[in-house]
Design a protein around this ligand. Structure first.
Ligand code: GLA
Length: 628
């Protein structure tokens, strides 16, 4: 570990069965030995509370702690994380272990950080058992006060669903027909809170018994996980930490990585964060597990650092020979140190050592994309107009368009501060509060350019359709509302004036002050507006009524970014990813070349990767970090 420059190691994540072999009997000696070894080599520990996966004795003694699926299926031990997040029995045992860990190791010299549980909610976020049902009812009572309020919010006059008391309410278990949408949304909110409560309960123990040591848990911000509302979670951790694994089959996976890292920085309120886990090469849990290409390990790691991470950790140190993850990549692979992976790990260690000066620096971007986990949940409900409208699609598409222009982007929640931004993208903000709508309008009046897309401002937080035309809450901003939707057939394509094309969606808008920029050239609303602009104060509100092909969205975004006078970090070539971190007057430009060709970058400064003056070219597949 010292040879590669490792200075922080996560220890003990799935060790409950080894630390507490029988209920109440603890064995910490082996862990102490390992922590002593780390300390003697000046390596810090991100010490897990080890409560991520209860030992088999828990289910044996307390089968009621096992989680259940929506159809009542019990999820048995044999995998990991087989516990109901709302189980008071699980909580009692978990807090006992957490307390023992804190008492035993709070003053160990290796301890740098506490790691509560692990990826809370990874496999058990949505539990439908009777314990969860009780907790859900209590949560609803807290939210609504009395059942009449719940009936109003859930619209239970529809389909004879009126409840006489909270006792009759259930989680959205497998049902005969489409389940009540507000019930589904509330269950998601409740479930995210239930897993979060397991974090805060352990955190409070650790704060009390181990003062001054930061407490975190690893988030799973990626395209794979939508169950946890991390904007609520981020307020509770001392350090924002994320786990990110790419979809190996996606040749453009680095774009999803870039989006996620910007979202994690948003969770950290623009400040630095920690990449708690990623893979040195292939994972083992996708259908085809694609190994990283030469150089990809460095490029991906640098993308995280470029977008605000102050450190990069990997699952796992040494490839295991048994268990479910025996085929998962590791820093030290089965092949040993005579391997490409090891050589690249050594190189990464050297580069990270030279990047120490970047630690603590921030970003100063002028463009933002709004992102809301609740919208992700809502756009994923059943009984919507088209299964082809998916939530991540437009945030990813706009992020890609801006990144290809060399524009640095923040990904933030609609409640976060807009005042830094010249350009704000509000894509598919399906559920929207009046407050967000008026803050967006105020931002435009104050000079910002705001872009909203189709399927925005459709419902309120109770999943009730807003009256007055779709998107009416944004009317003052974009100068239109939407009269009717015309989702397209699978693979159907539309022509739009200006030589553009689109798919998935079209709609008939009702102009109220907006100027038409492009029109639908064919399809169900031929001749009607497809892209509009509404001048407002010293800014503007744009509206995009269809899913433009990426190339054409790129052209449109370039025009809008120019109008908004957003700063570009460089020439803006797709494939050369540019981002900037800064600290007072010191600035570092990160350039990651995802192509195999050398790319020109007209900037002068010192390249921390080569530790040489930067010569104006980033080599094919290479990375430069230029202090300038
Ligand atoms: C998660 C877990 C790790 C490991 C990896 C595999 O991130 O935290 O323990 O299972 O996935 O990719």
């Amino acid at each position: 570990m010292r040879e590669v420059g490792i200075d922080l190691v996560t220890v003990g994540v799935f060790s409950w069965a080894a630390l507490e072999p029988s209920p109440g009997e603890f064995d910490f000696d082996w862990l102490k030995e390992n922590l002593d070894l780390l300390a003697s080599h000046d390596i810090g520990a991100d010490l897990a509370t080890a409560t991520a996966s209860p030992p088999p004795w828990m289910a044996h003694l307390h089968p009621e702690t096992l989680p259940r699926g929506a159809d009542g299926t019990t999820l048995w031990p044999g995998g990991r994380q087989a516990f109901c997040p709302s189980s008071p029995v699980f909580r009692r045992y978990a807090l006992r272990l957490c307390t023992q860990m804190a008492q035993r190791f709070a003053s160990h010299p290796s301890l740098r950080m506490w790691h509560v549980s692990n990826e809370l909610g990874c496999h058990n976020a949505l539990c439908y058992c009777d314990t969860s049902a009780d907790a859900f009812r209590a949560w609803l009572e807290q939210r609504y006060g009395d059942v009449a309020q719940l009936n109003a919010a859930w619209g239970t006059s529809f389909w004879s669903q009126r409840y006489r008391s909270f006792d009759e309410v259930l989680p959205p278990r497998t049902v005969t027909a489409a389940c009540n949408p507000t019930q589904q949304m509330d269950f998601r909110r409740f479930s995210s809170d239930a897993s979060l409560a397991n974090f805060t309960a352990e955190r409070d123990v650790l704060h009390a018994l181990s003062p001054g040591i930061p407490v975190t848990t690893n988030f799973m911000v990626s395209e794979h996980v939508k169950e946890l509302d991390y904007h609520r979670w981020a307020r509770e951790v001392d350090v924002v930490a994320n786990d990110h694994y790419m979809t190996g089959e996606n040749a453009e996976g680095h774009r999803e990585l870039a989006f996620c890292s910007d979202l994690v920085r948003g969770l950290a309120d623009g400040g630095p964060w920690l990449l708690m886990e990623t893979a040195a090469s292939a994972v083992n849990w996708q259908p085809r597990n694609i190994a990283k290409q030469p150089g990809e390990l460095l490029r991906n790691s640098m993308q995280h650092i470029a977008r605000g991470a102050d450190g990069v950790l990997f699952f796992q140190w040494r490839a295991s020979r048994f268990g479910s993850e025996r085929h998962h990549a590791a820093l030290l692979p089965h092949a040993g140190t005579e391997s490409r992976t090891w050589r690249e790990v050594m190189e990464l260690g050297r580069v990270l050592e030279r990047l120490r000066e970047v630690v603590g620096s921030r970003t100063d971007n002028q463009a933002a994309i709004l992102f809301d986990y609740e919208c992700w949940w809502a756009v994923g409900l059943d009984s919507l107009p088209s299964c082809d409208v998916t939530y991540l699609d437009q945030p990813h598409a706009f992020h890609r368009a801006l990144t290809d222009l060399g524009v640095g982007v923040d990904v933030i929640h609609p409640d976060q501060d807009f005042s830094n931004y010249r350009l704000i993208i509000a894509p598919t903000l399906y559920t929207l509060t009046d407050e967000t709508a008026s803050r967006l309008q105020a931002a435009a009046c104050g000079g910002a350019t705001v872009v909203a897309t189709y399927f925005s401002a459709i419902t309120d937080k109770s999943e009730h359709v807003r009256p007055g035309g779709y998107g009416a809450a944004l009317k003052a901003l974009v100068g239109l509302s939407v009269e009717e939707w015309y989702p397209l057939r699978e693979h159907e394509r539309l022509a739009i004036s200006g030589g553009m094309s689109s798919s998935v969606w079209s709609e008939r808008v009702r102009l109220d002050g907006a100027e038409v920029i492009f029109r639908f050239a064919d399809g169900p609303v031929q001749g009607e507006p497809a892209v509009t602009r509404h001048g407002l104060g010293s800014g503007a509100g744009w509206y995009v009524a269809s899913r433009l092909d990426q190339e054409h969205l790129g052209t449109l975004v370039a025009r809008i970014a120019d109008e908004a006078q957003v700063r570009r970090l460089g020439p803006g070539s797709p494939g050369l990813e540019l981002t900037e971190r800064l600290d007072g007057a010191r600035r570092w430009l990160f350039a990651v070349n995802h192509t195999s060709d050398p790319m020109a970058l007209p900037i002068e400064g010192h390249d921390l990767v080569t530790d040489q003056p930067f010569l104006g070219t980033v080599k094919g597949g290479g990375v430069a970090v230029v202090r300038y």
